[in-house]
Design a protein around this ligand. Structure first.
Ligand code: 5AD
Length: 383
């Protein structure tokens, strides 16, 4: 494509026909994805964005599903080189919410009509913590049933790599979705950003266990990691497809100064925002019916980053529900938004932002991805 690329007008925004045609292709190859991720001119980016939004609305509708996010513990047994709550970070106040705290957050989610919640934490496999999570899940299932939501809140877990038995126990307790980011699907890059006791293979194995047990499985990557290429990112999208992933959560890498990757060279902020938005769009174009979250990390780099994520094809937002007094102790990266707002303030701010993006809030619904719904129907068919 060159500077003579014809542009046509879409409403008031110019967009290029070449990129519109590329984005509308039936089956995008690795090279096509690289080209989409490399879009730089505003008219090229707009063409990709508009097609991703069209594909989203056609396949998933205009609802934005909310998952109240509760950060249950900032303690972590891992030492990931990018993460602000890594085990070796001495300045982190390590807290664990009580069962009552977690249940209070769940009740608040239910009261606000958020159809589901996410229990996230540092990676901990100790019995005390797993018992706490299992008990919390059991209580939430029993105590959040209502007329509007007879099955109670949907529960997504995001507590890292665990054994098969732990995953199974939490599933049997009522957790039905699990998020485990692969971080990058380039095994060499994975090895550069993790200590040697964490392997790419074991994470992939965990994703397989989660699927076998029956969870809806989510994964995702960081975007703009030091040394990461467009080809790596295209490979990430193909990986999501190959592993039949239902939900994607991904966001820009944000260097944390107290970590070994704090000074590592990475693309500048506008470039990471551009790449993160195009990753959402390209993933939507390739996978069509999955749920894609517009993540907090995007908002950390751009005050309207999450709204932009919705316009580029995302359909899930995870409003912050952790008690205000612990939010600052759970900072995976600097610049985390909503640190001192309470859940009520987050709620009204979010409603406004979603409506501003021209979308509807999907209240009192688990909001399973269409992809997972279709697989369930397939699995239920008699052989
Ligand atoms: N920048 C962006 N995202 C990060 N995460 C952890 N540290 C950072 C960082 N510095 C993401 C990882 C992890 C998720 C919970 O948060 O992808 O899986």
């Amino acid at each position: 494509m060159n500077s003579c690329t014809p542009t046509i007008r879409n409403g008031s925004r110019p967009f290029s026909e070449d990129f519109a045609r590329l984005a509308a292709q039936e089956s995008l190859s690795r090279q096509d994805l690289v080209k989409i991720l490399g879009a730089k001119k505003p008219e090229d980016i707009e063409a990709v964005r508009a097609e991703a939004e069209r594909v989203l609305l056609a396949n998933c509708g205009d609802g934005v599903f909310l998952r109240g996010l509760v950060e249950a513990s900032s303690a972590c047994a891992c030492d990931c080189l990018y993460c602000g709550i890594r085990k070796s970070s001495r300045d982190v106040n390590r807290y664990t919410l009580s069962l009552d705290d977690i249940l209070a957050c769940a009740r608040q989610c239910a009261d606000y009509g958020y159809g589901s919640m996410v229990i996230q934490s540092g990676e901990r496999a100790d019995k005390k913590f797993i018992d706490l999570v299992a008990e919390a899940v059991t209580h939430i299932k029993a105590e959040t049933r209502s007329e509007q939501q007879p099955d109670g809140l949907g529960i997504t877990l995001c507590i890292g790599q665990q054994t098969y038995d732990t995953y199974k126990r939490l599933f049997d307790a009522g957790g039905h979705r699990y998020l485990l980011r692969i971080e990058t699907t380039n095994p060499e890059l994975f090895a550069k950003i993790h200590p040697s006791d964490q392997t790419f293979e074991s994470r992939v194995e965990c994703l397989g266990m989660l699927r076998d047990i029956g969870y809806q499985v989510g994964t995702g990557v960081m975007i703009g990691l030091p040394g990461q290429t467009l080809d790596d990112l295209a490979g990430d999208i193909l990986f999501f497809g190959k592993y039949d992933i239902d939900m994607i959560g991904m966001g820009p890498f944000i260097p944390h100064p107290d970590t070994p990757l704090g000074d590592a060279p990475c693309p500048d902020v506008p470039e990471r925002i551009r790449l993160a938005l195009l990753m959402i769009a390209a993933t939507r174009l390739k996978l069509r019916d999955v749920n894609i979250a517009s993540t907090t990390a995007l908002q950390a780099l751009d005050p309207v980053g999450r709204e932009k994520g919705l316009k580029f094809g995302a359909n899930v937002i995870m409003p912050q529900m952790s008690p205000t007094d612990v939010r600052a102790d759970y900072q995976l990266y600097p610049g985390k938004p909503c640190l001192d707002e309470n859940a009520k303030e987050c709620q009204s701010c979010l409603n406004m932002r979603i409506e501003f993006a021209g979308r509807k809030i999907g209240l009192y619904a688990w909001g399973d991805s269409k992809h997972a719904v279709k697989r369930r129907k397939r699995d239920d068919q008699p052989a």
